[in-house]
Design a protein around this ligand. Structure first.
Ligand code: CAA
Ligand code: FAD
Length: 380
């Protein structure tokens, strides 16, 4: 067993840390206030290689391991979770889905542009009436021989207004239930594809969340991913890896808040001493540090299992469940350590607290992670 990072991993982490400080930090409060999507930063993240980290090099990706990806996600999320969710969706849902299950033609045509940041991807599973209950897909794709006709609505889609390529899950045969679901690649400018208004959000306000409406969109058959009926398994398998990315995001939000709280507690004085000398504050820091370390171990274990090509479904759900709880608990306490300043935007912790909440909701709520975990431990 080895708990230390390789020199290469340290270099990748340090590059992401430096990027987050120099590029993400300067405008992060303004982007949050204005719900501004970081378009220019996406270009820069593409140049840094953050948008195609694990994808094969032959399709423009970095060919890196999941540990590297998790390290980058943590560093970006310490500063700007809106930017990091863009990285997460593009890497672990869209690129991974195409690299693992797409055809050679799909990889050449779509993946090679997504890995460099030239094009951006979105993953569209959730619907107004099918979130946790993901098999209840209402969006339909009717087989017309050489193409499908897509109709329906997707909800809360990250990168919804800004993506170029959308992986869309739809029901092709209702009788077959989840075995009659397929996944398709849809291009933004296709006729009948409409982007709904941008959602006004509590957190990750710099990210771009929209509903999507499909009105008789013609999707060529070659844009179906995998064999007929593979769509639900495609979504589940892809989400298993995605949950590692969101767990790393939660870890980053927690460690960002902890670092701010630690620094503040060493400077702020009350009753004649720095507040870190009051045991109530010191114990909060002790709890935060311990819980963050525990979350990091779970996240790294899940990433490691994926890199070892072992089953990581259980590990990724445990990592997401725990890291997202730690993100919520830590950010609430970080606001408390900051006192009145914790409530003020320029101190950053209030934003981290608002951003933390989404990690308990998307890519499977905490309740859904408990379903996955309990089924796994009871069945084995
Ligand atoms: N890998 C492969 N196949 C899987 C699987 C996995 N990890 N999990 C389930 N399946 C298969 C099952 O084997 C079953 O297929 P068979 O009958 O052929 O064996 C099929 O999927 C249905 O499985 P279940 O009976 O377990 O289905 P269920 O209705 O009980 O639901 C669930 C299972 C885990 C709750 C699932 O619906 C789920 O994960 N829901 C949450 C949805 C979600 O995470 N959405 C995220 C949207 S993306 C997003 O949020 C992105 C973002 O914000 C940035
Ligand atoms: P529901 O399924 O209606 O759940 C409501 C509550 O009931 C939750 O607390 C849930 O845990 C609980 N619940 C439901 N079923 C059970 C059960 N069986 N047992 C116990 N409790 C249960 N989706 C995408 O496809 N792509 C995206 O890019 C994407 N990005 C998102 C970005 C944001 C900012 C947001 C807010 C959401 C995004 N989502 C995306 C959707 C997200 O994945 C769903 O919101 C989430 O899966 C929950 O679904 P729901 O909102 O329908 O809640």
């Amino acid at each position: 067993m080895n708990f230390s990072l390789s020199e290469e991993h340290e270099m990748i982490r340090d590059a992401a840390r430096e990027f987050a400080q120099s590029e993400l930090l300067p405008g992060v409060i303004e982007r949050d206030e204005k719900q501004q999507f970081p378009k220019e930063l996406i270009k820069k993240m593409g140049e840094m290689g953050f948008l195609g980290m694990m994808a094969p090099t032959e399709f423009g990706g970095g060919g890196m391991d999941t540990i590297s990806y998790v390290l980058v996600m943590e560093e970006l999320s310490k500063i700007d979770a809106s930017a990091s969710v863009i990285v997460s969706v593009n890497n672990s849902l869209v690129n991974y889905g195409l690299a693992e299950y797409g055809s050679q033609e799909q990889k050449e045509k779509y993946l090679s542009k997504l890995t460099t940041g030239e094009k951006l991807g979105a993953f569209c599973l959730s619907e107004p009436e099918a979130g946790s209950d993901a098999t209840s897909q209402r969006t339909t794709a009717i087989d017309k021989g050489d193409h499908y006709i897509l109709n329906g609505t997707k909800n809360w889609i990250t990168n919804g207004g800004s993506a170029d390529y959308y992986l869309v899950i739809a029901q092709t045969d209702k009788e077959k239930k989840h075995r009659g679901i397929n996944a398709f690649i849809v291009e933004k400018d296709w006729e009948g594809f409409e982007i709904g208004p941008k959602e006004q959000k509590l957190g990750i306000r710099g990210s771009d969340t929209h509903s999507l409406i499909f009105n008789d969109v013609k999707v060529p058959k070659e844009n179906r991913i995998g064999e007929d009926g593979f769509g639900f398994k495609f979504a589940m398998k892809t989400l298993s890896g995605g949950r590692i990315g969101i767990a790393a995001q939660a870890l980053g939000i927690a460690s960002g808040a902890y670092e701010l709280a630690l620094d503040y507690s060493k400077q702020r004085k009350a009753f004649g001493t720095e507040i870190c000398n009051h045991q109530a504050i010191a114990f909060k820091l002790a709890d935060m540090y311990t819980e963050i370390e525990a979350a990091r171990h779970l996240v790294m274990k899940a990433a490691w299992l994926k890199d070892q090509k072992q089953n990581y479904d259980l590990a990724s759900s445990m990592a997401k469940l725990y890291a997202s709880k730690v993100a919520m608990d830590t950010t609430i306490e970080a606001v408390q350590v900051h006192g009145g300043n914790g409530f003020v935007k320029e101190y950053h912790v209030e934003r981290l607290m608002r951003d933390a909440k989404i990690t308990q909701i998307y890519e499977g709520t905490s309740e859904i992670q408990k379903i996955v975990i309990s089924r796994s431990i009871i069945d084995n």
